[in-house]
Design a protein around this ligand. Structure first.
Ligand SMILES: Nc1nc2c(ncn2[C@@H]2O[C@H](COP(=O)(O)OP(=O)(O)OP(=O)(O)O)[C@@H](O)[C@H]2O)c(=O)[nH]1
Ligand SMILES: [Mg+2]
Length: 351
């Protein structure tokens, strides 16, 4: 079977080896949308709609957009027989259930964190999104959209500087669908055959960016509310789009708040300014509160570390510690049972 069509969706030798090792009769495909137990799958035979067979196969997780799967057809009904082990996985805490994780998308290389010039910037939100992206095993890139609505280059540079301080070392791309600024750079990041996903609040311009890259109005978009520039939650599914010049991009519904899940390492990475300073603290377990000889408190005092950033770090660290504690309690309660910590073993970190 000719699998060259799959290259456009991110297929490579490693996926081929994983798929062939399953020794199944079906064909490989990549999930482009999940809707009420059914999934759209891009295969070498074109797009198919498949049922998830997770109950019969006792699969521990449901497919998400970006998953590579094995699908087969019986009497014109397509079924997902297996999900290939994920390389990366974007996960947040389930907003409904406090102690479950919710995978958002799988097998992504780049997470584009999208923010528009038409609304106030919130550092705490970007920090959370950065934790999510690093924790997925993907590379974050900040995209500042709607540059044409900014007050000019100085205004743009000012925000780029603020973002740079919150996200040191992370690339920032300034875009506009009106002037097409920055679009070439986004194309470049996705080539060749890389997988990206968009993350940002409703109205940030995620679907508009996808359409601009595709040069066709594939995704529905809607004007934001006049006055406060709030979005209207236009996109309601996670859709994987194939970019003609190379790569795929997953458009997502706008999210306002994200709960963290099992992301201690990623948290340390986002706040390296604090965690590196903390190495100088007198106590190893210094909480940077009222402890004596706290190097972080000294750095705040001298203006090196923004006290609000320290507060946000401590809040997120406490949030993660609380989840960890609850999971350990749960583990103790059903002794011998496995704690539900997600598929961290599948993750290939640091890509
Ligand atoms: N002027 C200008 N408007 C833009 C730009 N990008 C997006 N917009 C507008 O912003 C509004 C919201 O854009 P969407 O693409 O629907 O936003 P979204 O992030 O997909 O929103 P949800 O699907 O609700 O999460 C639309 O009216 C777009 O035309 C831009 O670069 N310049
Ligand atoms: Mg949208």
């Amino acid at each position: 079977m000719d699998r060259s069509e799959l290259l456009h969706f991110g297929w490579d030798a490693e996926w081929a080896a994983k798929f062939d090792a399953l020794d199944l009769s079906g064909v490989p495909g990549r999930i482009s949308r999940v809707e009420r137990g059914e999934s759209d799958v891009r295969t070498e035979r074109g797009p198919v709609r498949a049922m998830s067979d997770s109950q019969r196969s006792q699969s521990t997780h449901a497919p998400v957009t970006g998953d590579w799967v094995a699908v087969s057809e019986t009497e014109e009904v397509w079924t997902i027989d297996a999900i290939l082990d994920r390389r990366t996985e974007l996960v947040r805490r389930d907003p409904g259930e406090r102690e479950e994780q919710q995978p958002l998308s799988a097998n992504i290389d780049v997470v584009f964190l999208v923010h528009g010039f038409d609304r106030p910037f919130r550092a705490g939100k970007l920090e959370r999104f950065l934790v999510l992206a690093w924790n997925a095993g993907a590379t974050p890139v900040v995209v500042l959209t709607k540059a044409d609505l900014s007050e000019g280059v100085d205004d743009q540079n000012e925000l780029v500087g603020i973002v740079g301080a919150v996200a040191p070392g992370v690339e920032v791309v300034v875009t506009s669908i009106e002037t097409r600024a920055g679009l070439d750079r986004v194309h470049e990041i996705l080539q060749p055959h890389r997988s990206g996903t968009l993350l940002g609040e409703s109205g940030a311009g995620k679907s508009s960016l996808v359409n601009a890259l595709l040069e066709t109005e594939m995704q529905e978009t809607q004007p934001v509310r006049s006055g406060d520039a709030k979005g209207r939650h236009t996109t309601i599914t996670r859709d994987m789009l194939v970019i003609p010049t190379g790569g795929v991009l997953i458009d997502t519904p706008g999210i306002r708040a994200v709960g963290l899940w099992d992301a201690e390492d990623a948290l340390q990475r986002v706040f390296t300014d604090i965690t590196e300073t903390a190495l100088e603290c007198r106590f190893n377990d210094c909480a940077h509160g009222a402890e004596p000889k706290c190097a972080v408190a000294a750095a705040v005092e001298s203006g090196e570390i923004d006290p609000r950033r320290l507060d946000r770090y401590r809040e997120m660290a406490a949030e993660l510690a609380e989840i960890e504690e609850r999971l350990l309690e749960r583990e103790r309660a059903n002794k011998g049972g496995k704690p539900n910590r997600g598929s961290r073993g599948n993750k290939r970190r640091g890509r």
